[in-house]
Design a protein around this ligand. Structure first.
Ligand code: PRP
Ligand code: URA
Length: 210
């Protein structure tokens, strides 16, 4: 296992992912499952989130307790498929900001092509959670991470639902400073650079564009 790769082997996450993988799963269920898995992954990843002590008053007494500075978090979905995950992350980090990166893979070369980006200001001071359900060749995530670093981001976590070993290797070699959390590490890639067994084309299944 690569040092910065963390496979979240939680039975509930795995159960929901098995439902996502089934080819008969509807668009409605697929989208809901992606959101639920992202929410559960955020809960697991959140074990390591920094907290800060503040003074509060309960109806009974004054006390000092921990909070997370949610406004310092930026969820970054890689369009389109990442959008289904950002909804789940935002169910937990409700005050987080959102930055969007539009990338699609060229169908022949499988190279990522950027077509959109809009980020909140002061990225260097923020804690970024980049989300994309599929890490296949790793090209899209590696490019997205580089783009964010070029704009000043320093503190980044990547969350993917299904990953191929090739993609994990590529991203962890080009971005060793970025922890990668994935719900599953699959066998590999087919001749069209789709993850095997995977779950098919995540964007098409989320948005019903098959
Ligand atoms: C998918 C997926 C990733 C990328 C993974 O997006 O959501 O972004 O492919 O492949 P890679 O690791 O080989 O780069 P896609 O390009 O199909 O765009 P879409 O989300 O708009 O459908
Ligand atoms: N993109 C997807 O949506 N699925 C794959 O298996 C590979 C890339």
């Amino acid at each position: 296992m690569l040092e910065n790769v963390h496979e979240l082997k939680h039975p509930i996450i795995t159960h929901k992912l098995t439902q996502m993988r089934r080819k008969e799963t509807s668009t409605k269920d697929f989208r809901a499952l992606a959101e639920e898995i992202a929410m559960l992954m955020t809960y697991e990843v959140g074990k390591n989130f920094p907290t800060r002590q503040i003074e509060i008053e309960t109806p009974i007494a004054k006390t000092t307790k921990a909070v997370i500075d949610e406004e310092n978090f930026v969820v970054v979905p890689i369009l389109r498929a990442g959008l289904a995950m950002s909804g789940g992350v935002l169910k937990i980090l409700t005050a987080a900001r959102v930055g969007h990166i539009g990338l699609y893979r060229n169908e022949q070369t499988h190279e990522p092509i950027e077509y959109y980006s809009k980020m909140p200001p002061n990225l260097s001071e923020k804690f970024l959670l980049v989300v994309d359900p599929m890490l296949a060749t790793g090209g899209s995530c590696a490019d997205a991470l580089q783009m964010l670093k070029d704009r000043g981001a320093k503190n980044i976590i990547l969350m993917c639902i299904v990953s191929a070993p090739q993609g994990l290797k590529k991203v962890s070699q080009s971005h060793p400073d970025v922890p990668i959390y994935t719900a599953a590490i699959d066998e590999g890639l087919n001749e069209n650079a789709y993850i095997v067994p995977g779950l098919g084309d995540a964007g098409d299944r989320i948005f019903g564009t098959l």
